[in-house]
Design a protein around this ligand. Structure first.
Ligand code: FEO
Length: 183
């Protein structure tokens, strides 16, 4: 009896996402090491934690494929990118990476909708929300860096920026949770 509950095309796009999340974990890890090496320990902490989150995302997709009777695949990963030029470059590249990942998630949701695979569509919605949070988190960091001087930030203002990141929450506030009391 065939108990596979996802199509071959859904299985394939989900396995592509497994790779995407694993590569994201590697990219965050390589940028965390860059930050630590430069002495930005607060930034490094945040990026190391975020790398772990990306790995958790990978595990979620693997577990979902298996739960639906599919076969998860671990594939070869692209080499991590070169070190960023500076903090501005680092955050801009991370933002672009999150936007690319959002597009990949939308691709899964679109395919699930076309196939009327509502289980996968529902699964993808968790990631849609997560991507809003992750894009917001990096946008917030870019805003903070802009106040610190952006690409022209001095060592002193970068030090303050970096110290603040040490205590920065890994979660961004969601617009959907805003209220008059708590805008
Ligand atoms: Fe797993 Fe940053 O998305």
């Amino acid at each position: 009896m065939n108990t596979k509950r996802i199509s071959d095309s859904i299985e394939k796009i989900l396995n592509k996402q497994v790779r995407q999340e694993a590569e994201a974990a590697q990219i965050f890890l390589s940028y965390a090491i860059w930050a630590e090496d430069k002495g930005y320990s607060g930034t490094a902490d945040l990026l190391f934690r975020h790398s772990g989150e990306e790995r958790d995302h990978m595990m979620k997709v693997i577990q979902y494929i298996l739960q639906r009777g599919g076969k998860a695949k671990i594939s070869e990963l692209a080499a991590p990118p070169k070190d960023p030029k500076n903090m501005q470059d680092c955050l801009e590249k991370l933002f672009q990476h999150e936007v690319d990942n959002t597009k990949a998630i939308y691709g899964i949701a679109n395919m699930a909708q076309e196939e009327k695979d509502w289980a996968t569509w529902n699964f993808a919605q968790w990631f849609v929300k997560e991507q809003i949070e992750e894009e917001t988190l990096v946008m917030d960091l870019l805003d903070k860096l802009k106040i610190a001087g952006g690409p022209d930030a001095t060592d002193e203002s970068l030090l303050i920026f970096d110290r603040e990141l040490e205590q920065h929450s890994d979660e961004a506030d969601m617009a959907r949770d805003a209220s008059v009391e708590n805008p």
